[in-house]
Design a protein around this ligand. Structure first.
Ligand code: COA
Ligand code: AMP
Length: 635
C-alpha cells in the first residue's frame, strides 16, 4: 500500500487550523471550540481556547455511553506479584468515579494539584483519571526517584494531596515508598494536607493518624454511600497534568499538558501513527512516571477505545527474557512500544530468541521504540526475531507524542535503520547551523521546530512562563529548540544523534548530569567535579563522575568514591544508575576555566581524543586517561 503520509503532511502544512479542526471533531466536547488557535494568548499561543471538555469523559464515559462498556479497558499484568486483572470500561468508570468522590470528600477540587507517587498498579491509573474527572491537576512522580527529588516536585507543584502506595516491588527487593514520601514531606516547604495510602500486602506501611487516609477504606465508604464524582467541565486550555522532567540544572522542569490539545492530538495518533483500531490491545512497556506512560499507557489507548496494558515487571528476570513475548501472547497485544534498552537487555540474555518459541506472538503487528536513539543492531535483531516492522520514533516529554515517526496508520514508509523517519503533521522541523541557517542533507546541526508547537505539546512550564521562554524559545526566535542535534538525509529522513545540553539518557530514563554534579559537589570532601554520560552497551549511556578533592583531604579515595555514589542514590534515587566515580587530581579546563566535559567523554568512550585549542594544560588528559583505563570497561 502506498503511504498517505506525504499527502496528509502537505495538507497540514497548507492549512494547519483546518487540519486540527477536523481532528478535533473526533473527540467529545462539552462546548466545541469555535477558535482553533489563538496566537495572542499564552507563551506562544493557545489551542482550542474557547472549547470545553472533560478528559476522563473521553477516556471512559464516552465509550460506556457508546456501548463499549463490556470491553476490557485495562489489563494489569504483574509478574512481580503473580497477578493478572482486567477492568472493563464500565468497571473503570465506576472505580474512577468513586475515587474522584473520595478526592472531592478530601476537599480537592478543580485546579488543585495532586501528586501521585505510585508503583505500576491499576489504582495509579484510576488516580490519574479521577483527577482528570474532577478537574484536579495530577503530577505523577516516578517511583525510582528518592525523597529529595520528590520534595522538589512537591515544592513546585504545591499539591493539596499525595496519592501513594506502601511499596513498589523491584526484582529481589521491596521499595518502601511511604518512608520516602514521609521524608519528602518533611523536607518540602509546601506541606500537602492529605495522603491517601494504598496498603499493599507485600509490605504495609505505618499511617500518620492526622494526615493519612487508607485508600481501600475510603473507597469502600464512598461506594457504600453511593458517592460518584461527575465529570466537570474544563476549558481546553486548563492544565490536565504537570510532569517533571530533567532540565540542565537540578531543578526539574514542570511540563504542563492541557486538556483539549492533548485529547485531540493523542486521539489522532492512535490510528494514524500507531495503526490501532478500537478494541485492540496496545502495550506501552514504560512506567506511568514517564511521558510515554502518561500518553500511551493511560490516555491515548483509552481515548481511542482500545485496551491499555499496565505491566509491573521487567523485560528480563521476571522471570526470564521471554517475559515480553509471554505478555504479547497472553493478551493478544497488537502493538508494543518500548525503549531500545529493554530489547538490548533481552538480546543479551537470549540472543537467538529461544524464548520466543514458547509463545505465540502472531497477534503482534508492530514494535515502536523511543526514549533514546535506536541503534541499528538492536533494530535489526528485533526485526529478525519478531518479523514485524520495528519503528523508531522520536519524542520528548515536552511534546507528549512523536515529533518524527513512521506512521504505519497512514501506510508505512521504507524503514531506514538509525532514523526515526519523518516529521509528523504539526511539526515543521529544521536542522540549522550555529548561525541559525538551515543546513543541507547529511550535515549535522541543531534541531528546531517552528512555532506554534502542535496541540498536546507543552503550553508552558508550571508557574514559570519565563523559564519556558528561556529554556526553549530564546535561542532561536520563532522556534522551539529541541536541544537535540542531528541531520536529515536527502529523502527527508531525520537522524537524532544526541543532546546539545547536559541531559543524558540512561536506560531510556532522562537525567541531568548537572543535577548529579550538584549532589556530588555537596560532599564535604569534594572541591569540584564533572559528571559525563559515557557509552554503555545495555543502558545506552551511564553517568560517570570525576571528583577533585579539597586540599588537605587525605582519606582513602575508594571510601570517598563510595560515599559520593551513595549520596547520588540517596538524593536523586537508584534510577540515576550512578555507579562510577573516580577521584582525579584535577579536571581539564579551558583557559577561561570551563570544564572540558566533551573531551572527558571522548577519553572514556573512545580511549582517544583531540586536544581542544582552548585547553589550559593538555597533560591533564593523559593523566585522566591513565586513571580511567583500569576503571571503565571499553576505555
Ligand atoms: N521504583 C524504585 N526503584 C526503581 C524503579 C521504581 N519504579 N525502577 C527502577 N528502579 C531501580 C532499579 O531497581 C535499579 O536499582 P539498583 O541500582 O538497586 O539495581 C535502578 O533503579 C536502575 O534501574 P533501571 O535503569 O531500570 O535498571 P535495571 O538494571 O533494573 O534494568 C532494564 C535495566 C534495561 C531492564 C530497564 O532499565 C528497562 O526495562 N528499561 C526500559 C526503560 C523504559 O521503558 N523507559 C521508558 C521510555 S519508553
Ligand atoms: P524524554 O523527555 O525522557 O522522552 O527524553 C527525550 C530525549 O530522548 C530526546 O530529546 C532525545 O534526546 C532522546 N530520544 C527520544 N526518542 C529518541 C529517538 N527515537 N531517537 C533518538 N533520541 C531519542
Amino acid at each position: 500500500m502506498d503511504s498517505r503520509y506525504q499527502e496528509v503532511y502537505a495538507r497540514w502544512r497548507a492549512e494547519p487550523e483546518a487540519f486540527w479542526r477536523e481532528a478535533s471533531g473526533e473527540v467529545a466536547w462539552i462546548k466545541p471550540p469555535r477558535t482553533i488557535f489563538d496566537p495572542a494568548s499564552g507563551v506562544y499561543g493557545t489551542w482550542f481556547p474557547d472549547g470545553t471538555c472533560n478528559t476522563c469523559f473521553n477516556a471512559l464515559d464516552r465509550h460506556v455511553e457508546a456501548g463499549r462498556g463490556d470491553q476490557v479497558a485495562l489489563i494489569y499484568d504483574s509478574p512481580l506479584t503473580g497477578q493478572v486483572r482486567r477492568f472493563t470500561y464500565t468497571e473503570m468508570q465506576e472505580e474512577v468515579a468513586v475515587l474522584g468522590a473520595v478526592l472531592e470528600d478530601l476537599g480537592i477540587g478543580a485546579g488543585d494539584r495532586v501528586v501521585i507517587y505510585m508503583p505500576m498498579v491499576p489504582e495509579a491509573v484510576f488516580a490519574m483519571l479521577a483527577c482528570a474527572r474532577i478537574g484536579a491537576v495530577h503530577s505523577v512522580v516516578f517511583g525510582g526517584f528518592a525523597a529529595h527529588e520528590l520534595a522538589k516536585r512537591i515544592d513546585d507543584a504545591t499539591p493539596r494531596a499525595v496519592l501513594t502506595a506502601s511499596c513498589g516491588i523491584e526484582p529481589g527487593r521491596i521499595v518502601q515508598y511511604k518512608p520516602l514520601l514521609d521524608a519528602a514531606i518533611d523536607l518540602a516547604a509546601a506541606k500537602p494536607d492529605t495522603v491517601l495510602l494504598l496498603q499493599r500486602e507485600q509490605s504495609p506501611a505505618d499511617m500518620n493518624a492526622s494526615r493519612d487516609h487508607d485508600w481501600v477504606e475510603a473507597v469502600a465508604k464512598a461506594r457504600t454511600a453511593g458517592r460518584r464524582a461527575p465529570c466537570v467541565e474544563r476549558r481546553a486550555s486548563d492544565p490536565l497534568y504537570i510532569l517533571y522532567t530533567s532540565g540542565t540544572t537540578g531543578v526539574p522542569k514542570g511540563v504542563v499538558r492541557d486538556n483539549g490539545g492533548h485529547l485531540v492530538a493523542l486521539h489522532w495518533t492512535m490510528r494514524n501513527i500507531y495503526g490501532i483500531a478500537p478494541g485492540e490491545v496496545f502495550w506501552a512497556a514504560s512506567d506511568i512516571g514517564w511521558a510515554v506512560g502518561h500518553s500511551y499507557i493511560t490516555y491515548a489507548p483509552l481515548f481511542y477505545g482500545a485496551t491499555a496494558l499496565l505491566y509491573e515487571g521487567k523485560p528480563v528476570g521476571t522471570p526470564d527474557p521471554g517475559a515480553f513475548w509471554r505478555v504479547i501472547a497472553e493478551h493478544k497485544v497488537v502493538s508494543l512500544f518500548t525503549a531500545p534498552t529493554a530489547l538490548r537487555a533481552i538480546k543479551k540474555e537470549d540472543p537467538s530468541g529461544a524464548h520466543l518459541k514458547h509463545h505465540d506472538i502472531s497477534s503482534l503487528r508492530s514494535l515502536f521504540l523511543a526514549g533514546e536513539r535506536a541503534d541499528p543492531d538492536t533494530v535489526q535483531w528485533a526485526e529478525q526475531m519478531l518479523k514485524v516492522p520495528v519503528i523508531d520514533h522520536w519524542w520528548q516529554t515536552e511534546t507528549g507524542w512523536p515529533i518524527a515517526a513512521n506512521p504505519i496508520g497512514l501506510g508505512i514508509l521504507p524503514v531506514k535503520h538509525g532514523s526515526p523517519t519523518v516529521p509528523m503533521p504539526g511539526y515543521d522541523v529544521l536542522v540549522v547551523d550555529d548561525a541559525h541557517q538551515p543546513v543541507g542533507p547529511d550535515v549535522m546541526g541543531s534541531i528546531i521546530i517552528r512555532l506554534p508547537l502542535p496541540p498536546g505539546n507543552l503550553p508552558t512550564l508550571w508557574g514559570h512562563d519565563d523559564r519556558m521562554r528561556t529554556s526553549y524559545l530564546k535561542d532561536f526566535p520563532g522556534f522551539y529548540s529541541t536541544s537535540d542535534a542531528g541531520f536529515r538525509d536527502e529523502d527527508g529522513y531525520l537522524y537524532i544523534m544526541g543532546r546539545t545540553d547536559d541531559i543524558i539518557n540512561v536506560a531510556g530514563h532522562r537525567l541531568s548530569t548537572g543535577g548529579m554534579e550538584e549532589v556530588v559537589a555537596s560532599h564535604p570532601a569534594v572541591a569540584e567535579c564533572a559528571v559525563v554520560g559515557v557509552k554503555d552497551s545495555l543502558k545506552g549511556e551511564v553517568p560517570c563522575g570525576f571528583v577533585v578533592l579539597k586540599a588537605g583531604v587525605n582519606r582513602p579515595h575508594e571510601e570517598i568514591e563510595r560515599e559520593v555514589l551513595g549520596l547520588v542514590r540517596e538524593k536523586i534515587g537508584p534510577v540515576a544508575a550512578f555507579k562510577i566515580a573516580i577521584v582525579v587530581p584535577r579536571l581539564p579546563k579551558t583557559r577561561s576555566g570551563k570544564i572540558l566535559r566533551r573531551t572527558i567523554k571522548s577519553i572514556v568512550d573512545d580511549g582517544q581524543w583531540s586536544i581542544p585549542a582552548t585547553i589550559d594544560d593538555p597533560a591533564i588528559l593523559d593523566e585522566i586517561a591513565g586513571l580511567v583505563r583500569p576503571r571503565v570497561s571499553g576505555s
